[in-house]
Write a protein that binds this ligand. Structure first.
Ligand SMILES: *[C@@H]1O[C@H](CO)[C@@H](O)[C@H](O)[C@H]1NC(C)=O
Ligand SMILES: *[C@@H]1O[C@H](CO)[C@@H](O)[C@H](O)[C@H]1NC(C)=O
Ligand SMILES: *[C@@H]1O[C@H](CO)[C@@H](O)[C@H](O)[C@H]1NC(C)=O
Length: 479
């Protein structure tokens, strides 16, 4: 008897444990790619890897609908350039909620919308205050529209903010407060969030701490102890994630809302485009971070499970590289949904291959490369510039995966990226006679010459052609 009881207790405990772990991990899915994965492919990819929460950057109807019936929690968002529409006019907020929230909420079988992200890092210093006036009024209007539509209890509006909205006067967490130029605004916002039981959504980037500061002690970015820990009164910080997170905790305390819920909206490590943006370091960072998540230790000031969305799901080859070449390489999966490195998302440390995306259709196995018989070499720079201004050549840069190519390799890489992005259009592999097609894979070692996947349009064409052929076949058989 006692045995069975113990067993039942044990299984309850295990179920609870696995639940809390699974609930902890979410992921961002950005679609600034020339060939984004199909929404239903992504839903399956998340399910196969036990990821139960996703954060999107807009509210595209087709994409959001794909999450119906999936049991995956979805955060939808309003891009910065739309904020003024909602700050100026409550009617727009009402319409937005009706079309982009209410219409998805069937019970049962609807989309589990959890948060609405109002803007995306709107107070970044580099935006020069462009969204300072519109963000908070837009937040208020969206929350009001959610409340009036009867969704306010389950769905909260919040603002995904970069960690640069707070700073520390002492370089220690305890010196934390909101940035001086937005202190009043941030104080009003956090009180509003608090009154609405909405969380503070913050993006924390240990990689950027390292990238932006050449003197940053590298092991402080990871989770294996630090040579130079930060001693803050009686607390010792051995990694920048905890230190940054607790700087926010102090900032909230100073703003009068010490218990405001914190959700990490983005955190991750890129795999290319910088000397520290490598698969090896990304794997090391993720492995340490997932173990930290599993331990449920939280941070010194907020012990307990962390609520986190990783950044991100897949690479995005159309993202601006103004912040750095690494911007297009944040995925734990490649552009085609193949995992880049083994990773145990449960944090148990048994690094396993993630499950790749299923049902991805590729263009034919062919590449566009430099034609060594070409003689008009003076046209090379202009053609390479053209290719790289439209397609992604960031893997060629210093410290990146294709940086060791020779001159020919460089040209081939650029030509191929352009050709693939143009859906392997024959016209896109000309470059004034400098390029030719090949069936031989030019990839070497770490440097991958990718084959693009079928875009939505191509895929439809493909499906039509196959169904037409099938129909012909059936007709032929019948006759
Ligand atoms: C709903 O969201 C989509 C995609 O973000 C947007 O284009 C559309 O304008 C929104 N609808 C309303 C009524 O605002
Ligand atoms: C912000 O100001 C700087 C310097 O004046 C300028 O170079 C940059 O383009 C501005 N950015 C935006 C988003 O307006
Ligand atoms: C290839 O291109 C990259 C990026 O433009 C450059 O840094 C590198 O020096 C080039 N390599 C050769 C051999 O030209």
């Amino acid at each position: 008897m006692a045995w069975t009881k113990a067993l039942i207790w044990l299984s309850c405990l295990l179920v609870l444990l696995s639940m809390s772990l699974a609930e902890g991990i979410g992921i961002n899915w950005g679609t600034m790619a020339s060939h984004p994965l199909q929404p239903l492919v992504v839903v399956q990819l998340l399910k196969d890897n036990g990821i139960k929460k996703v954060k999107l950057f807009d509210s595209d109807h087709w994409t959001v609908s794909a999450f119906a019936n999936s049991n995956i929690e979805v955060t939808i968002a309003i891009p910065n350039d739309q904020l003024s529409r909602f700050s100026d006019d409550y009617g727009n907020a009402k319409d937005w909620v009706k079309e982009n929230v209410t219409s998805h909420l069937k019970n049962p079988g609807g989309v589990k919308i959890k948060y609405v992200g109002v803007g995306n890092e709107p107070f970044l210093k580099s935006y020069n205050g462009s969204f300072m006036k519109s963000t908070f009024p837009a937040l208020k209007n969206i929350q009001k529209a959610l409340d009036e539509a009867g969704h306010g209890d389950e769905i909260k509006a919040t603002i995904p903010l970069n960690a640069d909205v707070y700073e520390s006067s002492t370089d220690k967490p305890s010196g934390g407060s909101f940035r001086s130029d937005i202190k009043t605004l941030m104080t009003d916002i956090v009180h509003f969030l608090h009154n609405n039981k909405a969380p503070f959504l913050v993006n924390i980037y240990p990689f950027l701490s390292l990238y932006l500061n050449p003197n940053f002690p590298i092991n402080f970015a990871f989770f294996e102890g630090a040579d130079k820990p930060i001693q803050d009164n009686n607390i010792q910080y051995t990694n920048v994630f905890d230190a940054n997170y607790d700087t926010l905790v102090w900032s909230l305390k100073n703003a009068g809302v010490p218990d405001l819920k914190i959700v990490v909206g983005e955190v991750g490590w890129p795999t290319d485009g910088d000397k520290h943006g490598t698969i090896e370091l990304a794997q090391k960072w993720y492995s340490g971070f997932m173990k930290k998540m599993a331990s449920e230790k939280g941070t010194p000031l907020r012990p307990g499970p962390l609520d986190v969305y990783l950044f991100g799901l897949v690479d995005e080859n159309m993202k601006s590289i103004a912040p750095g070449s690494f911007e297009r390489h944040w995925g734990i999966f490649r552009y085609d949904g193949k995992p880049k490195f083994p990773l145990d998302l449960s944090g148990n440390g048994h690094e396993i291959e993630l499950v790749p995306a299923k049902g991805v259709l590729y263009l034919p196995s062919q590449w566009c490369v430099f034609d060594k018989s070409a003689t008009n070499l003076k046209d090379v720079p202009a053609n390479m510039n053209y290719a790289c201004s439209l397609a992604d050549c960031t893997p060629l840069g210093f410290g990146s995966s294709c940086n060791n190519l020779d001159n020919y390799g460089n040209m081939s890489y650029a030509f191929n990226m352009y050709y693939q992005m143009q859906d392997q259009d024959v016209e896109a592999c000309n470059f004034q006679g400098l390029a030719k097609l090949t069936k031989q894979n030019p990839s070497t070692g770490h440097c991958v010459f990718p084959i693009e996947i079928m875009s939505s349009g191509e895929r439809l064409k493909f499906l039509h052609v196959t169904s037409a052929l099938l129909l012909l076949l059936i007709v032929a058989i019948l006759m």
